[in-house]
Write a protein that binds this ligand. Structure first.
Ligand SMILES: [Zn+2]
Length: 88
């Protein structure tokens, strides 16, 4: 079991966390003007990176806050965690 550094609580066991998908996906500025294909692309299409990848995580078994993490998808190792709105 590995420890994940919650930016609010500090290091905690990984069972306290849940994955929330790719980070830094901006909500469309004018969603009503998107075609069905553009909307589907926003909702369903995500990168499938092999290597370092920015992701959203929730400390669901602790403070219940969302944060971002850079994780290597090949090794599952976390390189950094940072609060929403901060830079990695
Ligand atoms: Zn926390």
């Amino acid at each position: 079991m590995q420890l994940i550094e919650c930016p609010y609580c500090g290091p905690r066991e990984e069972v306290e966390f849940h994955y929330g998908g790719q980070a830094h996906i901006a909500y469309p500025e004018t969603p009503s003007e998107l075609s069905d294909e553009e909307w589907a692309r926003y909702v369903f299409f995500r990168d499938n990176t092999k290597g370092e990848f920015a992701e959203r995580w929730s400390h669901s078994g602790g403070c219940r806050r969302w944060f971002n993490a850079v994780r290597d998808t090949r090794t599952y190792a976390f390189h950094s965690t940072y609060r929403i709105g901060e830079k990695p």
